[in-house]
Design a protein around this ligand. Structure first.
Ligand code: BG6
Length: 488
């Protein structure tokens, strides 16, 4: 029998993750077009789970398009990675990163999404990023698009509600696959496909009130079908252009516990879980799982498919499953109970768990559970491409930033990943979320910090943008140098 592995594999990919729209800024520089992320206003710090959703109506979009404020739309200025990438990548290298997960801003390459030719200035920006990563031997992991549909495609055909979005997405994917072949081996076609169900605007440029469809579920699942096809077709292109590439699929993993041992609660947890793993079910197994047919029928959903769709899904399956993991969820038959907040979607409070300052439950053991469940189900390598703690950090008078709470959070999660590896899970990497402080996706706040590197900027865009190494920076450097053995 093979020996039980008790440590991280020697080629384990340690690193950090960001998204273009949350770090780059320069939203209208060098020909970049507007994206959905440029249209997400700042929300004040909130503990209400309803406020986690990002919804934009047609009327709001019209207003936002006329407003050129960066203070009210902080993602437009990000943390100026666009101009400071050299300094930031040098800091990642100093921590010893093996991998850096980044996304390519779609409207930097195709400003309107349907332009005849790509924007060379945008392509050159990522050439320079990959040069810098190569200089330090850091492997890039590229999310082809992370919540950034060009606004023109939202206005023109309501984003991925339309099948036309597949062609425009694939033109973008083909251009970047061709341009960066030989430089990028790891790819993920879309960030968190399942977030369609809670934030279709962010996830896919879909504005519900622009649709002729009345059933919101119909709109969301039709748009999901288009993204699933686009993922499979991007996988096909990737295999043709970069035969030795690894291309995965990604969800926000919403591991769900039943509130009690009552069978009805257990059943609810099973159903919630099925809706979450539905996305990798399609992309890894290459077909819609049967349980979705019943769910669609009972919810008035009828997916419009073309005759070739089943074949496309079947023939172009993903190499690995990537997840973001922040917390666990609770399900019960009636769905009532005291509420906690969460990543775009809230849940019931779990009395056994501590909470973050944003009221997200902290559950490191849940990560071990979820890695086991996913590996049992899919038997393909897993990659944790997001995990981290959003917290308020304080700069001391001597300029240092002490963040023991972040170190505790990450240590506990890394310990559980190691347990999962010992359980037999094939885990290939870990990129912590927001390795440098960035603009929050859900609330557009700057004060919700995830990084090892502090960025001097407040919620309203004031600050020097200077970078400061936090205590966690030195800690993570040790973790990487010891391949996950030294967690003290
Ligand atoms: C993930 C997203 O769901 O959660 C990231 O992929 C996001 O873009 C992260 O930043 C954390 O959420 P938030 O709202 O705290 O930024």
């Amino acid at each position: 029998m093979t020996k039980v592995r008790k440590n991280f594999p020697k080629d384990f990919l340690w690193g950090g993750a960001t998204a273009a729209s949350q770090v780059e800024g320069a939203y209208n520089v060098d020909g970049k077009g507007l994206s959905t992320s440029d249209m997400v206003p700042l929300k004040s710090r909130t503990h209400s789970n309803d406020n986690m959703k990002i919804e934009v109506t047609s009327k709001q979009l019209e207003e936002y398009l006329k407003d050129d404020s960066t203070e009210y739309f902080p993602k437009r200025s990000g943390v100026d990675f666009y101009h400071r990438y050299k300094e930031d990548i040098a800091l990642f290298a100093e921590m010893g990163f093996k991998v850096y997960r980044l996304s390519i801003a779609w409207p930097r390459i195709f400003p309107n999404g349907d332009d005849e030719s790509p924007n060379e200035a945008g392509l050159m920006f990522y050439d320079k990023i990959f040069d810098e990563l190569e200089k330090y031997g850091i492997e890039p992991l590229v999310t082809i698009t992370h919540y950034e549909m060009p606004i023109n495609l939202v206005q023109k055909y309501n984003g991925f509600e339309s099948r036309k979005a597949i062609d425009d997405y694939l033109r973008f994917a083909e251009v970047i696959l061709e341009r960066y072949k030989g430089r990028v081996k790891y790819w993920v076609p879309f960030n968190e496909l399942n977030m369609m169900l809670v934030s279709p605007f962010t996830c896919a440029g879909v504005i519900s009130d622009r649709s002729l469809e009345k059933n919101p579920m119909q709109i969301k699942y039709q748009a999901s079908h288009h993204q699933l096809l686009a993922s499979a077709l991007a996988t096909k292109l990737c295999r043709k252009i970069i035969p030795d590439a690894k291309i995965g699929c990604m969800i926000a993993r919403l591991e769900t516990y039943a509130a009690t041992s009552k069978p009805e609660d257990q059943l609810q947890a099973l159903h919630d879980d099925q809706l979450n793993v539905f996305y990798p079910e399609v992309l890894v197994r290459g077909e819609y799982p049967k349980y979705m047919y019943r769910y669609f029928e009972e919810n008035g959903v009828s997916i419009k498919m073309e005759p070739e769709d089943e074949k496309i899904l079947k023939e172009n399956t993903a190499d690995f499953v990537a997840i973001s993991y922040y917390m666990t969820y609770i399900a019960s038959e009636g769905g009532d109970g005291e509420l906690a907040s969460g990543n775009l979607v809230g849940t019931q409070k779990n009395p056994h768990l501590k909470m973050t300052e944003w009221d997200w439950p902290i559950d490191a053991i849940g990560l071990r559970i979820t890695l086991n469940r996913l590996y049992d189900r899919f038997r393909v390598p897993l990659f944790v491409v997001e995990n981290g703690l959003g917290a308020i950090d304080k700069v001391e008078e001597d300029g240092s930033v002490h963040d023991p709470y972040r170190i505790d959070y990450l240590r506990e999660h890394i310990e559980q990943m190691k347990e999962a590896i010992t359980d037999g899970v094939d885990l290939i990497g870990y990129t912590t979320w927001g390795c440098i402080d960035l603009i929050s996706c859900g609330t557009s706040e700057m004060s919700k910090r995830y990084g090892f590197i502090y960025v001097d900027q407040d919620d309203h865009g004031n600050g020097t943008l200077n970078r400061i190494r936090k205590d966690s920076f030195y800690w993570y450097k040790k973790v990487i140098a010891s391949n996950g053995e030294d967690l003290e």
